[in-house]
Design a protein around this ligand. Structure first.
Ligand SMILES: Nc1ncnc2c1ncn2[C@@H]1O[C@H](COP(=O)(O)OP(=O)(O)OP(=O)(O)O)[C@@H](O)[C@H]1O
Ligand SMILES: Nc1ccn([C@@H]2O[C@H](COP(=O)(O)O)[C@@H](O)[C@H]2O)c(=O)n1
Length: 209
């Protein structure tokens, strides 16, 4: 079974993805980390983020062993990722890696922006996670502060809104729900309640199979 989770920045996709994967014994791929890794490689090379040739080269040289680098989670790298992710050739290079991950047994949960629309249009279950932008900014700020970072909630909110705009309005694989996606609004749900709601969506889909 393939579970596709999409949604805007800091909506809780990764948290749900991890929890669903654990619940069902599936593998989990946070696809945002792939674009973050490409962006970070560009930053380290001192390259312009809009340099398509260098961005494609960085995507081709991607090393999944480095996906755990905590620097990839920073706001600066996330912002850069939303620039490189709008380059069509970069997305093309990364499609096969994601589809291969999804296809391997016993099942997979992928979260991102285009999983239900482009990467796995035939996924068994598609969930589009949303939450009020202020709630998302609050959660992301608390997360950053817990890591010891000095995060300003208004700045986090501005970054989230800017990234959402870029991701929704790009020409290729824009952020949007697939027509057959189930929307899950977790603005007023804690993590456990969100996980229960997601499991209910998956179970309903399994019952229909
Ligand atoms: N239902 C919830 N209630 C409270 N906090 C939550 C909930 N869901 C997620 N969070 C918290 O919100 C923050 C963002 O969640 P998460 O990292 O899962 O979002 P994301 O959509 O994967 O973000 P990104 O856009 O970076 O991929 C995390 O600190 C997470 O613990
Ligand atoms: N399937 C995806 C996943 C991510 N992106 C881009 O990467 C940026 C960072 O993603 P996070 O999930 O880690 O926040 C994001 O803003 C997107 O621009 C993507 O295009 N497609």
């Amino acid at each position: 079974m393939i579970i596709a989770i999409d949604g805007p920045a800091a909506s809780g996709k990764g948290t749900l993805g991890k929890r669903l994967a654990h619940h069902y014994g599936y593998r989990h791929l946070d696809t945002g980390v792939i674009y973050r890794a490409v962006a970070y490689a560009m930053m380290q090379a001192g390259a312009e983020l809009s340099n398509e040739v260098l961005a494609v080269a960085a995507a081709l040289e991607l090393d999944p062993e480095k996906f755990g680098n905590p620097i990839l989670k920073t706001q600066k790298v996330g912002d850069a990722a939303s620039v490189v992710s709008a380059i069509p050739q970069v997305r093309e290079v990364l499609v096969n890696f994601q589809r291969q991950f999804a296809a391997d047994p016993p099942g997979a949960v992928l979260d991102g922006r285009d999983i239900g629309t482009v990467i796995c249009p035939d996924a068994d279950v598609k969930i589009f996670v949303v939450a009020d932008p202020r709630v998302r900014a609050r959660r992301r700020t608390l997360e950053a502060r817990a890591r010891g970072e000095d995060a300003d909630e208004e700045a986090v909110l501005a970054d989230i809104l800017k990234r959402d705009e870029r991701d929704k309005n790009r020409a290729i694989a824009p952020l949007r729900p697939a027509p057959d996606a189930h929307t899950l609004d977790n603005s007023n749900l804690d993590i456990e309640a969100g996980v229960r709601a997601a499991i209910a969506i998956v179970e309903a889909a399994r019952a229909r199979r």
